[in-house]
Design a protein around this ligand. Structure first.
Ligand code: FE2
Length: 256
């Protein structure tokens, strides 16, 4: 599996607090069957994204891991006006493995209509926005039609593995499963922050998706789409989005 969203680099944001914790997170990824990880520190009002420092941290951690786990970098990108200016100057430094897929996170307080325009602007610049964990965002959970519209206009969606297995509550769990069913989800990632509450694992979520939707779907969300984003290729699996009149594909999900 390839994890396109996690906070494994030490001391850059609210993720790993030091090298020891980063190494433990890496070991848990390796044991879980993850072969590549994209370290995606926040770029937000709370955390400055310094690309040179991000790369330094990545290189240092990679040195310790050798070829047991491949580390790349990206960014958990907040679409503030300042960040948008920085993005226009040099987009690849923020993108997954410096290609063209960009993780975009929204805050919990407001998602103004201008965000629709900013997503469009990213696409016009040749970038592929990936909306991170909408199932954990109260605004998007209350207005899923906005998410659906973004997907119909070419944005992609990543849900968190832990949401599927219930770590973020029943509401997030239900929406994450329903949105996979509705064809709104393209990636599952760990969004790991530490070794305790937000670990770097995906296997349990992979098994749950395989049990619900079959092997092909699990491979699409955890392996093949992440690999394509990692390499800057077109996603091989872009499901058809169910419209309002459609019946849900699955009537009921069983949870773990
Ligand atoms: Fe994140």
């Amino acid at each position: 599996m390839i994890d396109v969203h996690c906070h494994i680099l030490p001391g850059l944001d609210d993720g790993s607090r030091g090298l020891e914790e980063s190494l433990e997170m890496a070991e848990s990824a390796i044991a879980d069957g993850i072969t590549r990880v994209v370290a995606t520190p926040h770029a937000s009002s709370s955390y400055v994204f310094d690309f040179a420092r991000v790369r330094e941290c990545r290189d240092e951690l990679q040195k310790h891991l050798g070829d047991r786990l491949l580390l790349a970098t990206g960014c958990d990108f907040h679409m503030s006006p300042e960040n948008m200016i920085a993005l226009r100057e040099d987009a690849p430094r923020f993108c997954i493995n410096q290609k063209n897929y960009l993780l975009v996170e929204f805050n919990e307080f407001s998602i103004p209509p201008a965000m629709d325009h900013r997503l469009h602007e990213l696409q016009l610049a040749g970038l592929r926005p990936v909306i991170t964990h909408p199932e954990r965002n109260a605004i998007l959970r209350a207005r899923p039609e906005r998410l659906k519209q973004w997907v119909q206009h070419g944005s992609f969606v990543q849900v968190t593995g832990g949401s599927l297995t219930g770590s973020f509550g029943v509401g997030a769990q239900e929406d994450a499963w329903r949105w996979i069913d509705e064809g709104l989800v393209h990636f599952v990632a760990s969004d790991a922050h530490n070794t305790r509450t937000r670990p770097l694992v995906l296997r349990a979520a992979y098994d749950a998706v395989e049990a619900q939707f079959g092997k092909e779907k699990a491979e699409a969300l955890f392996e093949e789409n992440p690999l394509a984003a990692f390499e800057g290729q077109e996603l091989p699996h872009v499901p058809e989005v169910l419209d309002e009149s459609s019946e849900p594909r699955k009537k009921k999900f069983f949870f773990f």
